[in-house]
Design a protein around this ligand. Structure first.
Ligand code: PLP
Length: 303
């Protein structure tokens, strides 16, 4: 099962993970009024005295943005500095995943975001591959991606993940690994916890930010890397049929990294994936501090 990092940040203190406990009456547990981040950390393969965090600044910003939607004043700098302290307290020796979480911590009822206490905690788990690096078999979800007019999709709001959970379980129960959401316009949006890219005739397509996606930090990185390599990357609505006949398609996310799609419904995608492989090698090299480019994306935390 999961191996948690030994120290958690909880109620403004660093304490043993086992002691970080919540009441069953915690407001956020009932109403989904939390928001989270998720970032990977790895011990630097070149220097055992430091931990590498990929785009810590962007993760801090996104969680601060989510906090705004929860009516909670928490700055990106406060989040970043708590994450750095968290890493230093834990001294991790293996790749791990950091989960910062903000939530309505009051006890009691009435769904609301005003006149209610909020808190912030951080814990970590050891994490290797989240999806098979060889590729995944996907289906289309029978549940549609939520719309930004119903909830703020630019936040990683915990309650929103009911839809991801339904879709993931539906996929696994019907013999697939992952689920692709269409949005309510019938265009491709994203997967249960990843963004999606399609390659056709040497060009790369990905649903734009107006397609009810989460603004993924890996997505943003892949777009920049691909453009710097000279590929044309087009952010626009993507049709279902484009995915079914793609030359290559892949998912991107902090947990999933770059994961090729090998099958979608009953359509098999080619096993040769030159563009996916190039992008994956490049981003892996960057996150492992083996690349001279994009150094400002790699935060080096001294131990
Ligand atoms: C719904 C959803 N879409 C996309 C992503 C990918 O985002 P990122 O690359 O920032 O991890 C995630 C993961 O955070 C997610 O939960």
């Amino acid at each position: 099962m999961y191996n948690f990092l030994p120290v958690a940040y909880f109620e403004n203190r660093f304490i043993p993970f086992e002691n970080a406990k919540l009441s069953i009456a915690t407001h956020a547990l009932h109403y989904g009024t939390g928001a989270f981040g998720g970032l990977r950390g790895i011990p630097d393969p070149q220097n055992s005295q430091q931990i590498l965090l990929f785009r810590l600044d962007r993760h801090g910003q996104r969680l601060a943005q989510s906090a705004k939607f929860l009516n909670f004043d928490l700055s990106a700098e406060q989040i970043q500095s708590a994450i750095v302290d968290f890493v230093q307290k834990n001294q991790p020796q293996v790749p791990f995943y950091i989960r910062p979480f903000i939530y309505t911590s009051d006890l009691g009822i009435t769904p609301r975001l005003h006149d209610i206490e909020k808190s912030f905690f951080i814990y970590g788990i050891e994490l290797g591959d989240y999806l098979s690096p060889d590729g995944v078999r996907c289906r289309f979800s029978s549940w549609y991606r939520q719309e930004d007019r119903s909830l703020p999709l630019r936040g990683k709001i915990s309650g929103a993940y009911i839809t991801s959970s339904l879709a993931k379980t539906e996929a696994v129960a019907s013999g697939f690994d992952e689920s692709i959401f269409l949005n309510t316009q019938g265009k491709i949006s994203e997967a249960s916890g990843m963004n999606i890219f399609v390659v056709r005739n040497g060009k790369i397509f990905t649903p734009g930010v107006e397609q009810d996606i989460l603004e993924g930090i890996t997505r943003d990185s892949i777009i920049q890397i691909a453009r710097d390599m000279g590929y044309e990357v087009v952010e626009r609505p993507v049709d279902k049929s484009e995915l079914l006949i793609a030359d290559e398609a892949f998912l991107s996310g902090t947990a999933a990294k770059v994961t090729p799609i090998k099958q979608i419904e009953n359509y098999h995608l080619p096993l040769e994936r030159p563009i996916t492989d190039r992008l994956k090698d490049k981003i892996t090299g960057i996150t492992e501090n083996r690349d001279v480019d994009y150094q400002d994306w790699v935060f080096k935390i001294p131990l």
